[in-house]
Design a protein around this ligand. Structure first.
Ligand code: MET
Ligand SMILES: [Zn+2]
Length: 343
């Protein structure tokens, strides 16, 4: 009898663990699943987020649903979960009549909820392993990535898919836009800052300068989107953007998100030429987002099975963190996670 079956939850000691991407990848054998479409899954549960705050609206209206979605992705095998803060900005909350303090509290709440769900899930899993009802190694303790959308996501006018911020935009203005949110989210104690759907070089420059200027203790990943498999959506060169990020020691992974799966392989290969940092890819389902009607146009996308058939190629080309973005679900992530465990 090597195991005690009757451990009490309140006395169970969760083993010491890690919180870096490097350790996570080591534990996972070199490649790990991330989560999938967060806003997508809120909508599948019936949340109406057709709103400038998008998924961040649920921080005000349905925090319990945010917990549920995190939980679903953890159960599916996500080794990184991203918070509900993608489109949560102090400016955006203020325009809804909230004070700066209330807005900052909501940003912190997004991290707190994700951490709590991660800790709860991990503790329950450890107890099951201890009791012999779950296999060790089926899950890694997930990292919490504080999601930070681009300036275009805040504008909620589709410019996160065009990268067109107009001729008067500058690096300084973009730094001013991002600065306080980055600091508040980093102070809330996520494992990393997940800068996502970055559409142009100007914003990339702003981000890397800001990460260094603010000397944030929390590392970051920076992820771009593309609509042609060569450049980021603004038309700026992906390799230029990745090379900028590569120089920043606070960046622990770089990648591609919210981009059709068919473009991902070429983008990984291009990125690999200019960085040795771990590559993260979390494509959307391949469906097309129409910013005018603010809807994803169905029937252009691929199924979860098709999606998974790409995973080996992506891994072989150097992707080490693989998940999904808009229109992917816990099913997609479950399938990716299963495939990664088989190899
Ligand atoms: C427009 S990309 C959205 C990324 C965000 N993490 C989400 O899945 O909701
Ligand atoms: Zn997306």
């Amino acid at each position: 009898m090597g195991r005690t079956m009757d451990v009490q939850e309140d006395t169970f000691e969760v083993p010491e663990t890690f919180n870096t991407v490097t350790e996570l990848l080591k534990q996972a054998g070199g490649c790990v699943a991330t989560d999938g479409g967060f806003a997508t899954q809120l909508e599948r549960h019936g949340a109406d987020i057709n709103d400038p705050l998008w998924s961040a609206l649920c921080l005000i209206t349905m925090p319990d649903l945010i917990r549920t979605v995190h939980r679903e992705y953890l159960e599916a095998g996500a080794g990184v979960i991203s918070t509900a803060s993608y489109q949560a900005t102090i400016q955006g909350f203020q325009s809804r009549g909230l004070s700066v303090k209330e807005a900052e509290d909501l940003l912190q709440t997004s991290v707190r909820i994700a951490r709590e769900e991660r800790d709860r899930f991990w503790k329950e899993y450890q107890m099951k392993v201890h009791a012999g009802t779950a296999q060790a190694g089926s899950y890694q303790r997930a990292l919490v990535g504080a999601s930070i959308g681009s300036y275009g996501a805040y504008l909620a006018d589709g410019s996160e898919y065009s990268g067109d911020y107009g001729p008067s935009m500058t690096v300084e203005k973009l730094k001013d836009f991002h600065r306080r949110r980055l600091v508040v989210l980093a102070d809330a104690g996520p494992d990393l800052l997940a800068l996502e759907t970055i559409p142009c070089k100007l914003e990339t420059q702003a981000i890397v300068e800001l990460l260094d200027e603010e000397k944030l203790r929390i590392p970051a990943w920076v992820s771009f989107n593309s609509k042609d498999g060569v450049n980021v959506v603004s038309g700026d060169s992906l390799t230029d953007c990745v090379a900028l990020v590569d120089k920043c020691t606070r960046v622990v992974a770089v990648g591609i998100n919210c981009t059709p799966p068919r473009f991902i392989l070429d983008l990984i290969r291009a990125a690999r030429k200019v960085t040795n940092k771990p590559i993260v890819v979390y494509p959307n389902s391949g469906e097309h987002y129409d910013p005018v009607i603010k809807q994803w146009v169905e029937s252009t996308g691929i199924t979860d099975t098709d999606f998974v058939s790409y995973v080996h190629e992506w891994r072989k080309a150097g992707a080490q963190l693989i998940g999904g973005c808009c229109r992917t679900t816990p099913n997609t992530i479950g399938a990716i996670s299963k495939t990664l465990h088989e190899h």
